[in-house]
Ligand binder design. Sequence first.
Ligand code: UD1
Ligand code: CA
Length: 454
Amino acid sequence: MQKNAIILAAGKGTRMKSKLYKVLHQVCGKPMVAHVLDQLEAAKIDNIITVVGYGAETVEEAIGTRAKFVLQKQQLGTGHAVMQAADLLADLPGQTLVVSGDTPLFTADTFEKLIEYHTQRKAAVTILTSQAPDPTGYGRIVRNEVGIVERIVEQKDASDEEKKITEINTGVYCFDNQKLFAALKLLNNDNAQGEYYLTDVIGILKGQDEVVTAYRMADFDESMGVNDRVALARANQIMQKRINTKLMQEGVTMLDPATTYIDAGVKVGNDTVIEGNVVIKGNTTIGSDCLIGAGSRITDSTIHDNVKIISSTLEEAEMHDGSDIGPNSHLRPQAEIGKDVHIGNFCEVKKAYIGEGTKVGHLTYVGDATLGKDINVGCGVVFVNYDGAQKHHTNVGDHAFIGSNSNLVAPVNIAPNSFVAAGSTITDDTKQFDLAIARARQTNKEDYAKKLPW
Ligand code: UD1
Ligand code: CA
């Protein structure tokens, strides 16, 4: 059977009080609407249509080729939104799932169960419902005295009696496609909000003696709709718990999962230990047997095996097996740290490759450079890469020694095995085994200190 889905994503999201359109607000690093798409794709929906309106171009850009788009020019309600897909869908046989773009926590498993329930009962529509601890704001499921679903009533239209109902409409439905579009033609906007409610389609189908059923899911949290920032924070927490639980089940140790913030899609190998207050974002992969110490923040980076990161910040960087960094260091884009390299504290590395076994212990800036193997970079070395207009490159050969508090003024080449004396400002290339010393000579004035007035 052909399976279609419509994602409703045209609303502005007034309650978010944001410049960003609601469905683009992120949950664990991914726009809410992208979470919905992920799960629909996993549930093997053949044909996904997204209804866009506010910020249509931005939303379309975020979704790309993963869905077709229809435009809802004016936001006249969820029923009106679905109507916009009529040209693409109305005549097709099969089933249509309707989902909101602001419910990021649904799983493919729930969608599949809903479709199965609906198919077995040969229903015209099956509403996905759940039991809300606090149903305020949600549409309520009105059942008759024998428990059969009659209609959905929106919060603003509900009587005091109806407001007490705790079974809510999750905003997800499985429809017989043709019956959905036929019923939409009968919608009106005669309600408290003056909108064409999709929820009224339920009552319409019921009035036509169609089979209307409800599938009640166990987990309310999964059905949560995000209308404001309070709900957004809660959705992040729930999703974070899911991500962390899965990683722990796969063999990652977390000292404090409640303060471990890992984006959806991040990969972490087994026997890696993650301490508390860690943020791991974007397209990041971490290998096995690593230690990610408290206070670290890692974005879009690749960390191989056996790597130690202590209270440091990494962005678009790579660290190879056995390397370590920190505390309090910073890898910026295109920093590639070789095997068994040691980067100590208060160092910054940008657009530089550091070869195997090299040590950069303390207070050093390495920018626009290629360093070979087994080099010792002393304390407080500056790779002077910028002349105010352009960036220049520095090369340092294998086994070189860069004394503390040196400046390597790029462009410059430090040959393998050469030795830069502490405090030198190096502007000329060295040859292999050279000792380069570039600082004023010291003079000691005998007994002069006695003449000082203090
Ligand atoms: C809706 C349901 C409510 C349900 C709740 C679940 C209706 C009338 N109410 O209420 O029963 O309990 O979801 O989360 O359907 N949208 C459009 N075009 C519009 C209006 C909305 O595309 O003209 C989109 C929004 O961008 C959003 C979704 O539809 O993604 C739901 O709209 P929203 O205003 O959030 O509805 P709720 O008040 O949450
Ligand atoms: Ca909503």
